[in-house]
Write a protein that binds this ligand. Sequence first.
Ligand code: BGC
Length: 518
Amino acid sequence: MAGGVIATGSGSEQDFPAKLTLQVFICTAIAAFGGLMFGYDIGISGGVTGMDDFLLKFFPNVYVKKNHAHENNYCKFDDEYLQLFTSSLYLAAIVASGGASLMCKKYGRKPTMQAASIFFFIGAILNVSAMNLPMLILGRLFLGAGVGCGNQAVPLFITEISPPKFRGGLNICFQLLITVGILVANCVNYFTSNIKNYGWRISLGGAAVPAVILLVGSFAIVETPTSLIERGKKEKGLKTLKRIRGVDDVQKEFEEMVRATEVANQIKHPFRELMKKPSIPPMICGTIIHVFQQFTGINVVMFYAPVLFQTMGFGSSASLLSAVITGTVNSLSTVIAIFTVDKAGRKKLLVFGALICMVAQCTIGVILKKYLTETSKVPNSIAKVVVLLICVYVNGFAWSWGPLGWLISSEVFPLETRTSGYFFAVATNMLCTFIIAQAFLSMLCHMRAYIYFFFAAWLIVMSIFVMAMLPETKGVPLDEMVERVWKKHWFWKSFFKSSDIERPKAMVQLEHQEKPNH
Ligand code: BGC
């Protein structure tokens, strides 16, 4: 890799020579294990909540309901504690990502990732040895703290170490490892479901593996130059920059970083800065994309696919196998995004992806409405068609709303509000994931097949938003986002009429300073 591709430029005026070095590649691969931790969690809970031994130990009521011949198909799994098992993690993640954004700024990205892996490891140990429900939920809270820290630090870390030209593709490695984590969890569940009594313990304990890899690996990775400079370690920042870029001529990029951190350091209260008028457009777009990402209904499939398949009448094992199939489609389809995102652009992928998801959701809704009554099973051939449609839906999501939610929110904020704004984006994602995880089984029970039309309706709303309100950010250098994107958008430009007055004086001065000649 080192000595391979030379990339130039983040800015139209600057050109920053850089190679895609082995160092950047290794650092990205190790950090992306934070995504694998997150993905493992998403995938594991749906499987274990379908396992009889697990239900018998922690949720005996659900076990009885599930095996009750006359129980309503749509309501078998409706239990608030079972939902709490899945969703408690996301509550902890919201709190933790707030702490993590401060930790990232004060101590750096690397220690925040290390904290993530330690929290995650403790959570896995608590879960593997859980004797009762409180212990199980406590474990989930620790896992949540790990996810919150990881989701805050990892995408930021990858974005900051990447040469600008490869930033999109490298950033999506985070999402790729999320999907790999989900897939690994689905496979683990498939095998452990046949292990009597303690299969679920192996599933939950498996979470310790990515945590250990991230922790051990973190000692081999660098701290980002931006974070070093931000914390006053300029010399070390320069040295690291040379190392990760694989070239000696990094002076321009280094000066740009120093300038950007000086501007950012003028802002004493980044959260207050976010409330100002010019911050509103990136704030709305950067956070709403996560609301929309969750209201595609993806986590209904990711958390509850095995449960859903059982609802249709599949046996436990067939249900878990179907989850492995959807997980494979998810991972493979994410690769498409890596190669298309910087060519087709963000908006096209989002709208086209939403269209595919919507058609699949509506067709599933129509089929289940016709075939899945409260007590009858869906005919086997029809159930297979539903699995296929779920694959189509997952494919549509995997190269659009999945990776782009994380990518767009990390690129729309100007530097001075990037970490604080990104915190809101992460917290919004976790909150909406919590809402879906907590409400879905009850919604399924009450709305039945109509639940699929509910998510399809959201997909229409979000497509309209993308077409009318979301600016295209493809190929726009991060530092020129305000000038070239927000100030040019038909609607958002009205927030910038008096932008120079609203922006802090020191920042305007720095922006207007002449750039060094090279
Ligand atoms: C989302 C998760 C989702 C996953 C599925 C991620 O981008 O944030 O909530 O489960 O994609 O691949």
